[in-house]
Design a protein around this ligand. Structure first.
Ligand code: F6P
Length: 365
């Protein structure tokens, strides 16, 4: 049994991070008598002058509903370099982190993060350091788990935004476009589009055509609905075109998606003559309190992660599968991102109830 474990949060923040930290501490201290140390600012707190905080049961009191992470996080830094579109984990940085973990008397780590952070965790693990990962991201794009925590809260926020855009769209007979996050996947757009009654959903997995989108808008006009709500994932693309970026990144930071919503607005105004407006939901999807589901899922993930460590497991990520949290190999979780199945049930349901993905084959023009 470990005497002392560490916990680290990395990548973009997501609602529920503090819920996981709280559950890790309560389980490790309360159930297994371990001590817990929080690493600050993602793995960055493990290089140079280390930055850590002691975590006690009293210290995590009141954390469950709190947004962000008390440990701080980074989605760039010394542990990941981007070279020709590939991620490199510098050997000397990984080694320094392991040496510092030993100096800090930390014997194992719970790593809460998405594919980038868990990729770093995998490097530490490959060098013999015990690790259990916890799947975090509002994008829900991690393989091997049906859900990541943070995703359900992001959907709630995007759905509320769509509800609000609905009434203003209808009042002005406008086309309203909501750009949501999700990186290279359309999970947030698809789920919130269904829950928020979007008329058109644009996702990276189904490249769109403007003709098809315009056809949908005119069909609605004909049937008496002179407004249209479109939800577009930041990674969505027109057929044959590339993703739209607001920042191309450099060796330290990944490229940042954004801008497709406004491109769609401009083109729709030009092609239909209708007024269109674009709202970019941005970091509102990540900030603030987690919903009840993410508090519950984050808590279960945190407790299961500590139990896995206590049982001597390492190199695993706790994952939700068929409503149970189970350990799966970390390598399975980060090998590929999980995309929306284009022939899946939710896409089919959306089509059956009249939502368009603006795929070229949907156009009858
Ligand atoms: O991965 C989470 C996420 O919010 C993505 O949906 C988005 O593309 C990215 O992070 C934004 O990153 P940043 O916080 O650096 O703007």
């Amino acid at each position: 049994m470990y005497r002392q474990i560490g916990v680290v949060t990395g990548g973009g923040d997501a609602p529920g991070l503090n819920a996981v930290i709280r559950a890790v501490v309560r389980t490790a201290v309360g159930e297994f008598g371990m001590k817990v140390v929080g690493i600050e600012d993602s793995f960055e707190g493990l290089i140079g002058e280390t930055r850590t905080m002691k975590l006690t049961k009293r210290g995590v009191s009141g954390l469950l509903p709190r947004g962000g992470t008390i440990l701080g996080t980074r989605n760039y830094g010394e542990f990941c370099k981007f070279v020709d579109g590939k991620v490199i984990y510098p050997e000397n940085t990984i080694r320094e982190a392991i040496e510092n973990l030993k100096k800090l008397d930390i014997e194992a780590l719970v790593v809460i993060g998405g594919d980038g952070t868990l990729g770093i965790a995998q490097e530490l693990c490959r060098r013999g350091f015990p690790i259990i990962g916890v799947p975090k991201t509002i994008d829900n794009d991690l393989a091997a788990t049906e859900l990541t925590f943070g995703f359900m809260t992001a959907i709630d926020i995007a759905t509320e935004a769509l509800d609000r855009l609905h009434t203003t769209a209808a009042s002005h007979d406008r086309v309203m476009i909501l750009e949501v996050m999700g990186r290279h996947t359309g999970w947030i757009a698809l789920h919130s589009g269904l829950a928020g009654s979007a008329d058109v959903i644009l996702i990276p997995e189904i490249p769109f055509s403007y003709e098809s989108m315009v056809q949908k808008i005119f069909q609605r006009e004909k049937s008496g609905s002179r407004f249209t709500n479109i939800v577009v994932a930041e990674g969505a693309t027109e057929v044959g075109k590339s993703e739209v970026y607001q920042d191309s990144g450099d060796s330290k930071t990944a490229p940042r998606l954004g801008g497709i919503g406004d491109a769609v607005r401009e083109k729709i105004e030009e092609m239909t003559g209708k007024e269109a407006r674009c709202v970019v939901l941005g970091h509102l999807q990540r900030g603030g309190s987690p919903n009840a589901f993410d508090r519950m899922l984050g808590t279960n993930f945190g407790a299961c992660a500590v139990r896995a460590l206590a049982n001597g497991q390492t190199g695993k990520m706790v994952a939700l599968q068929a409503n149970l949290v189970v350990p799966v190999p970390l390598s399975n979780a980060i090998a590929n991102i999980k995309t929306v199945p284009v022939d899946g049930q939710l896409v089919r349901t959306a089509r059956d109830i009249g939502i368009s993905f603006a795929a070229p084959k949907e156009a009858k023009l």
